[in-house]
Structures are given as structure tokens and as C-alpha cells.
Design a protein around this ligand. Structure first.
Ligand code: C2O
Ligand code: CU
Length: 461
């Protein structure tokens, strides 16, 4: 694939004062000639939703199109996506398209999109879907509260030739802090959450509901797309005897493999696509348990097997996904950069506002001087050190990167990620070609950590 094409991307703000402000941005990726434009609209507004079953009442939440999660936006790789976002919240918002490569101006970071979308205003996001896979969308303005109150949804880009399965299922996972009356606890951004592990909740939902059971059939093959939309919870899903095989991480294909100890780990914002072969017997029941990464186990749901089997044995259809079009970094010529994360607990004491620091600085909002400038189209390795006592899912906008080592040892799958979970004191090296020009946010996706300074800008110039 050549990266020399230049495509012009037009964006429109439907804000009266900026109607004339049509501007364009260049995107260093080829546009598929026959691309179809697929149009969607999202309305962000307060609403009410049933998170927990009767006899609990509905929960007042913030919704896209009246729902939690927002509608599944599903298109084909190569399509052009156009989404008109209407803001009926009482505060500014944006929409960030997490994990998909797009032009900087469409990234949904407030100062890049001519400011956030004011209450009562609209904005049209438009870009080509270069990548296939499992992605998601969420606000990038006061995310810890806007996402925490329910603003998020799945973005699924279908491969031209996806592997054959019986069912393709999307699960958006969330973790809520609910009071007895099922209302969302109002303590967003409290000092303890900001300086410790973030906003952990007491109620796990799948696609906005506390599920009881999922009916499956013996012999059935499911492609399960897991998306962690929680502010802070790290899921560690134990599928028991089902031996899920991971085929994609953060939307990008990976050599199919079983997760370590059979447990699928997803930090906030991460996605995992698994192939789940339903190997139980008709009439059986099997539990899916969250082995809570750090904390108590939690039953997520029960798989209940239908009385009739779908087929006798597991199908032998191939499961590998087509290769990703992302440019491969050249490790021998790569520029190396050190990134160190510090802070937590004590941090509050030596800086009145920031608690978490990226290379010694705590971010205040989104308008920042870059802490790193990367030469465009060159390969880069970030040598990252988590010098804190907490886990951090570290996310880079606008690029996917290969995770090449952990604590000095090469990773077995050299997986592509856009969010890499770093354990306390862990060192992780990531490598990528900086081929998408612009100022890109780089932050912890525990949204309380992001709000308390754990964010910086990486400039690709
Ligand atoms: Cu999912 Cu900067 O975000
Ligand atoms: Cu963090």
C-alpha cells in the first residue's frame, strides 16, 4: 500500500457562526475509490434507561439516541462514515472515535474540532474507515463524568471477508456505581477516585443491562466483540471450559491464541474479539465470571444451553482475520523516546491540581504543548515506565502501535494495540510508524487519572 496519496477531507460545523468555516485536512491514507458514504446521527441528551432488572426503577443517565450504550454504528471497511452529532446536554461535549485511524481534525478532541460542541449545537464528523475491527465512540470532554453517566457506543467496521461464525455479538461492558434506588452516585471526580484506582463501581452491565443469562447452543460458534467502556474497571473474564481464542486486540488482528490461564483481560477502553465455541451439552449452564483483576470475583452471567444442539462438534472453519493495513515499524532504524508515568496518592501533595504526571507534567485540559514531537513517517519506539503503584491503560490517538516488550522480554504476539495496560512498576516498549500528522492525545484511559493530569500531546510533524 502506498502512503503518498493525499485526500481532501471536508468537515462542516453546523454551528451558525461557523457555517462558513469549511476547512480541510490532509490524510496520508488512500481513499477507496468506490467508498459509500454511510450516514448516522447521534443525539447526546439526558435520558432514562433500565440498567438493573425489576423491582429496581429506571436509572437517569446520559444517553445517545435515548439509549445506553448508544446505537451500534456498523459499516464496511473502506466506507466513508458521516455522523451528525447533536448536543442536547447542558454542557459542552465532543465525540472521539476510539482506536480508528482518522484525520486529526475529526478526532473529537475539543480544541481540534473548533472547540467542543456547545449545548444546542451540532457537528458533523466525517472520515474514511481504513481499518476493520471493533472500535467505540465516547465524548472527550469531561470524559470521567460524560462516559461515566452512559455516553458511549460501539463502532464496528466489518472486514470484506470476515471469518465464518454462527453469531457475531458485541458486548459493551460497563461498571456503574449505583445507589440502592438504582440512581448513579453523583460523586464523580472525588479526590479518592482521582488519586487511587479511579471510579470503580458495584454493578456490571453488558450492553446497558445487568444480564442474567445468555442462551447458546451446543456446537455454536460465536464471535464475541468485547469493549470495556468502564471508567476504571479492568475486566478479567473467565469463560471456564469454553477456551476462547483471541483473534483481535483493539480492533487489529492477532495470531489466534488462547488467553493466559483462559482469562481475557481488558483494561478500560480496550477491545478483544474472541471466537467462542460453545462446547457445553444441551440443557447445561455455565458461568462467566469476572476474576476482578484486583478485587473480588463477580459473576457476569450464565450461559444457558438450549435443549437442542446446533451441531455435534466444533466447526473447523478458519478463524484468522485478514492482515491489517497498518504500516510495520522498522525497529532497527526507530527513534527511541522515554516516557515515564509518576504520581498517585502522594502526588496530590506536591502539586495542588495535578495528581498524575507524564514526563513530570500534569495536564490541565486539552490545550497542551507537545511533550514529544515525532518525525513524520519515521518509526518510533516509546520506552514507557510505569513508576506508580497503580495499573494504567495507556492510549495513543490516531495510531495503533505494536507492543514489542514487557519488562525487557519480547511479547509473544507483538500485538497491535491503541491502549496498552501497564501493571505497577512495569516497563513496556511500543513501536509504530508516526504516519498520521497532527497533535495526538496520549493518556491514561482510567478517566479519573486522565482528568487528574495523566495526559500529554504527541505531535507528529
Ligand atoms: Cu477513548 Cu482519548 O480516548
Ligand atoms: Cu491511570
Amino acid at each position: 500500500m502506498s502512503f503518498n496519496y493525499k485526500t481532501t477531507v471536508t468537515r462542516r460545523a453546523f454551528v451558525a457562526s461557523s457555517l462558513a468555516g469549511v476547512m480541510s485536512a490532509t490524510l496520508p491514507f488512500p481513499r477507496m475509490a468506490e467508498a459509500a458514504t454511510r450516514k448516522f446521527s447521534l443525539r447526546a441528551a439526558p435520558g432514562s434507561t433500565r440498567l438493573v432488572p425489576e423491582p429496581h426503577p429506571d436509572t437517569a443517565a446520559w444517553c445517545y439516541n435515548g439509549k445506553v450504550p448508544g446505537p451500534e454504528i456498523r459499516i464496511r471497511q473502506g466506507d466513508r462514515l458521516q455522523v451528525e452529532v447533536m448536543n442536547d446536554l447542558a454542557e459542552e461535549t465532543t465525540v472521539h472515535w476510539h482506536g480508528i485511524r482518522l484525520p486529526n481534525a475529526m478526532d473529537g478532541v475539543p480544541h481540534l474540532t473548533q472547540g467542543p460542541i456547545a449545548p444546542g449545537d451540532r457537528f458533523v464528523y466525517e472520515f474514511d474507515a481504513l481499518d476493520a475491527g471493533t472500535f467505540w465512540y465516547h465524548p472527550h470532554q469531561r470524559s470521567f463524568e460524560q462516559v461515566g453517566r452512559g455516553l458511549y457506543g460501539p463502532l464496528i467496521i466489518d472486514e470484506a471477508n470476515p471469518p465464518r461464525v454462527d453469531r457475531d455479538v458485541t458486548w459493551v461492558l460497563d461498571d456503574w456505581r449505583l445507589a440502592e434506588d438504582a440512581s448513579i452516585s453523583d460523586d464523580f471526580g472525588n479526590a479518592h477516585d482521582l488519586s487511587h484506582a479511579g471510579r470503580l463501581g458495584n454493578t456490571v452491565t453488558i450492553n446497558g443491562h445487568v444480564p442474567e443469562t445468555l442462551e447458546v447452543a451446543s456446537g455454536e460458534r460465536i464471535r464475541l466483540r468485547l469493549i470495556n467502556a468502564a471508567n476504571a474497571r479492568i475486566f478479567a473474564l473467565d469463560f471456564g471450559d469454553h477456551a476462547p481464542r483471541i483473534i483481535a486486540l483493539d480492533g487489529q488482528p492477532v495470531t489466534p491464541h488462547e488467553p493466559r490461564d483462559g482469562v481475557v483481560v481488558l483494561g478500560p477502553a480496550m477491545r478483544v474479539d474472541v471466537i467462542l465455541d460453545c462446547t457445553g451439552k444441551p440443557g447445561e449452564r455455565a458461568q462467566l465470571v469476572d476474576r476482578a483483576y484486583r478485587g473480588n470475583d463477580f459473576r457476569v452471567l450464565d450461559f444457558t444451553y438450549a435443549e437442542t444442539a446446533l451441531r455435534e462438534a466444533t466447526p473447523d472453519w478458519p478463524i484468522a482475520l485478514p492482515a491489517s493495513p497498518i504500516a510495520e515499524p522498522d525497529l532497527s532504524s526507530a527513534h527511541r523516546h522515554e516516557v515515564t508515568f509518576t504520581g498517585g496518592m502522594m502526588g496530590m501533595m506536591h502539586d495542588g491540581r495535578g495528581i498524575w504526571f507524564v514526563n513530570g507534567k500534569a495536564a490541565q485540559g486539552h490545550v497542551l504543548d507537545p511533550f514529544l514531537t515525532l518525525k513524520r513517517d519515521a518509526s518510533h519506539i516509546l520506552e514507557m515506565t510505569n513508576a506508580t503503584a497503580f495499573d494504567h491503560p495507556i492510549h495513543l490517538h490516531g495510531h495503533s502501535f505494536r507492543v514489542i516488550s514487557r519488562n525487557g522480554a519480547p511479547t509473544p504476539h507483538r500485538e497491535w494495540q491503541d491502549t496498552v495496560l501497564m501493571a505497577p512498576r512495569e516497563r513496556v516498549e511500543i513501536a509504530f510508524v508516526a504516519d498520521n500528522p497532527g497533535d495526538w492525545m496520549f493518556h491514561c484511559h482510567i478517566l479519573e487519572h486522565q482528568a487528574a493530569g495523566m495526559m500529554g500531546v504527541i505531535r507528529v510533524a
